[in-house]
Design a binder for this molecule. Sequence first.
Ligand code: SF4
Length: 284
Amino acid sequence: MIEKVKRKSMVIRPSGRSSDFITPSFGYGCLLDCSYCYMKRHMPKGLSIAENTNDILTEINNHAFFATVDKPNQTDPQYVTYDIACNEDFALHAKHHEWENIFSFFKDHPIAKATLATKIIPERFLSFDPQRKVRIRFSLMPQKISSILEPETSEIKDRLLAVDRFIDAGYDVHLNFSPVIYYDGWKEDYAKLFCMVDKHISNKEIVKSEVIFLTHNVDKHSYNLQNGIPGENILWTPDTQEEKTSEYGGKNIRYKISIKSGLTRKFKELHNELIPWNTIRYIF
Ligand code: SF4
């Protein structure tokens, strides 16, 4: 169900990883149901779309002029970056949004730049040139895991083939290796993925990446089991994971610190061996 609402919460939160800040939600919820999705734990079904787009843009404008962010930093060399899609897949839901209005705002803004992660190919965006003031972060994982955990999304190869096309259209494009999941054979699968990245991307000098290892949630785990959502055998592995309460109070599980440092090192070694041209902006 898609509901148009007047978004009341106008809180702009600091991020510091994917972006400098997170905007109020243009959309909240998702029409898909990826097994690991962190936002579905808050809203398992449905999608709300803010009808007061201009109120949100006004808030971002007011915020950007007073934001104190040292540039360059890892999110961007020049602009203050705002993630516009933390609680949805904005690209997937674009037809429900005033996306051209939102992209035009960022294109013309002297300080603010938009960024969004997606698992689909938003063909409609190709008709708009944001002059590099909108960054698309294509999410990537080995195809065989994607087919289980995010079955309704675009093929990984297609996401890679989209990278050059979106750069040519005027977008800034990065890669989002997320979530990275540890299972038997993960390294071999990531080696294949990195070879595909190397093969299908030509604009090697400008495409950067971010790497985020899996955080799963206790409530989402139960929901998945009760609703037959696949993948818990690879998402829920208590021998390698430990509990951590999130800053918002949710009970999450992450790879044990002792294991994660080794996983991070192996990921970076493999990455640097096979796609040394690709700068990792951050990994955690
Ligand atoms: S596309 Fe993104 S927001 Fe939607 S269910 Fe998948 S992970 Fe969640």
